[in-house]
Design a binder for this molecule. Structure first.
Ligand code: SF4
Length: 554
């Protein structure tokens, strides 16, 4: 039975309350809510809001929604109110939440492991056109997000999604969010191990499970057996990374405690090797530690990364083994440096069965319902009906016969989706930004798309892998700190002293075995209008001065 305020067993303190007694940990007996979020979660499980949406809110409309549901529990079903149109970024921190709320919602569809069928993609496209004004963004967590959703339409959207095996359950909220998976799981010729069965089992056991629906904050997971390290494992709360154990064969290296936002931390290895069939149990142990020992007093310290940083990997592993798994984990090796710098699987690649997969790039993850329906059509006529989303805001069509590849590539390119993309299109990501996000200070998607176009026009010869991540505020949904060029949206002064949209620049961040955070260049801020000039200057200077084999982030 799970530890809850009502049922503290089995993780009632078996140890003396430690130095974090004041952090609101359930395992230290702190069941009295210490902030508004903990209070509404205690008052009613976020999962329960679904019934009210179906029976009350969708029938009586937006104004009937309880504020604690509107700005709290609806996230448990993937719903956030979107930003009221026309409110500039200078007002974001000043206005009350209800002044920022529009009567429309963002709705996030979880795509665990990034796996989609053409039937699912077609339904996603139809919903977009019918209920979401054509919107459908690919996120950097393999999800798809709609905007302009009316509460009245939500039950019908759920019906349609669930009829094809998709859901929005715990797509947001203090829950186990979507489980990232290698976009080429099961088909890559160089795969170490296919993590798909573990993702399915985690989903079956823990998603929508009330034992894990009141976590201190969100819980981000990743499972990949690809040597390309293609799920940003370094910045997830828990990650299973494919490795070959010298005695026991393929399995996973366990990482915990990664996360970006305003206080970024890279995940740490616990030095433990986990076989495929034990991944769900280890997942349960780690998420249980988070639920029971995670800090609940301050939202800003409630992610698992703070507990991991305080405990250190040795203690974390010991608690996991002693209190949750009741057995020792095997020691194991670390992942190796991938041969490929890009993690996006773009281009045409041979699969392990001789067929091909084709990865392609929209600009900054922005597609639309009509385009998704056309992609589904192409995938059906050229492949077997399987697609994948990536953690880089890209898509992949699987199972293409060799003699169908050229036709598929031509069809995708005709839709403006690049298989042979420039480094700028491959490497530029943008979060939702001020168009729809209530926390945003600046515009991001259109800015990112025009930056790609400008850089392709100005420096077409640039051939270096590069990541340019554009965020609308300090929250880092598009991973500011681990990009070669990370851009954090804020208001800046232009040359005439006017406050305008712009970015704080971070340079030289990276993921991979040399992962690290970019340096915040003191005083280096650019206005949005100056952005193409600035990035062009940085990149051409790098091109001119780089030494043989030097990468931008080096
Ligand atoms: Fe919104 Fe900020 Fe996240 Fe962008 S980084 S989606 S602006 S919260």
């Amino acid at each position: 039975m799970a530890a809850t305020p009502e049922n503290p067993a089995p993780t009632t303190p078996r140890r003396k309350p430690g130095r974090h007694r004041g952090e609101g940990q359930w395992a230290a007996g702190h069941f009295t809510p210490l902030n508004g979020n903990e209070q509404f979660k205690k008052d009613d499980d976020g999962l329960n809001v679904r019934t009210r949406i179906e029976t009350i809110y969708s029938k009586r409309g937006f104004d009937s929604i309880d504020p604690n549901d509107l700005r709290g529990r609806m996230r448990w079903w993937g719903l956030y109110t979107q930003r009221r149109q026309g409110i500039d970024g200078g007002k974001t921190a000043i206005l009350e939440p209800e002044e920022l709320d529009d009567e429309y919602f963002m709705l996030r569809v979880r795509v665990d492991g990034g796996r989609l069928t053409t039937e699912q993609l077609r339904v996603i496209g139809e919903i977009s056109q019918e209920f979401a004004r054509g919107t459908a963004d690919l996120t950097d967590r393999q999800n798809i997000q709609y905007h302009w959703i009316r509460i009245e339409d939500v039950p019908e959207i759920w019906n349609r999604l669930e009829a094809v095996g998709l859901s929005t359950t715990e797509a947001c909220g203090d829950t186990p969010r979507v489980i990232l998976g290698s976009p080429v799981a099961g088909i890559a010729a160089d795969e170490i191990i296919d993590g798909t069965p573990a993702i399915d089992e985690i989903q079956r056991r823990f998603i929508g499970n009330p034992a894990f629906s009141n976590l201190p904050r969100k819980f981000k997971s990743a499972v990949s057996g690809s040597p390309q390290l293609d799920v940003a494992h370094e910045i997830n709360d828990i990650a299973f990374v494919g490795v070959e154990h010298p005695e026991h064969g393929p399995g996973f290296d366990l990482w915990v405690g990664g996360g970006l936002s305003t206080n970024p931390k890279l995940g740490v290895r616990l030095g433990a090797w986990v076989p495929l069939d034990e991944v769900p149990d280890v997942f349960e142990g780690v998420i249980s530690i988070f639920r029971d020992y995670g800090y609940r007093r301050l939202r800003t310290r409630a992610r698992l990364k703070f507990l991991v940083a305080d405990w250190g990997p040795e203690k974390f592993r010991q608690v996991l083994q002693d209190e949750y798994l009741k057995r020792e984990l095997l020691d194991g090796p670390a992942p190796e440096q991938p041969g490929e710098v890009w993690r996006d699987h773009l281009g045409v690649h041979r699969q392990n069965d001789g067929r091909f997969y084709v990865g392609f790039a929209p600009r900054v993850g922005r597609v639309d319902g009509a385009t998704l329906s056309k992609i589904a059509e192409l995938a059906e006529t050229h492949g077997s009906g399987r697609l994948r989303t990536t953690a880089e805001q890209k898509l992949i069509v699987l199972d293409v016969a060799e003699d169908r590849v050229d036709s598929l590539v031509a069809g995708l390119e005709a839709l403006g989706l690049k298989v042979n993309a420039s480094p700028f299109r491959r490497g530029t990501m943008a979060c939702t930004g001020i168009e729809f996000c209530k926390l945003a200070i600046v515009e991001t998607k259109a800015r990112g798309a025009s930056l790609i176009d400008e850089l392709e026009r100005r420096i077409p010869e640039f051939d270096e892998p590069i990541t340019i991540n554009i965020n609308g505020c300090p929250n880092s949904c598009a991973r500011i700190q681990v990009a070669d060029i990370g851009l954090k949206g804020q208001l800046v002064l232009d040359s005439e002293g006017n406050q305008v949209e712009g970015f704080q620049v971070h340079l030289g961040g990276a993921l991979g075995l040399e992962a690290g955070f970019g340096r915040k260049v003191r005083g280096l801020k650019v206005t949005s209008a100056e952005l193409p000039d600035y990035v062009e200057r940085v990149l051409t200077r790098f091109q001119a001065e780089r030494t043989e084999g030097e990468r931008f982030a080096a």
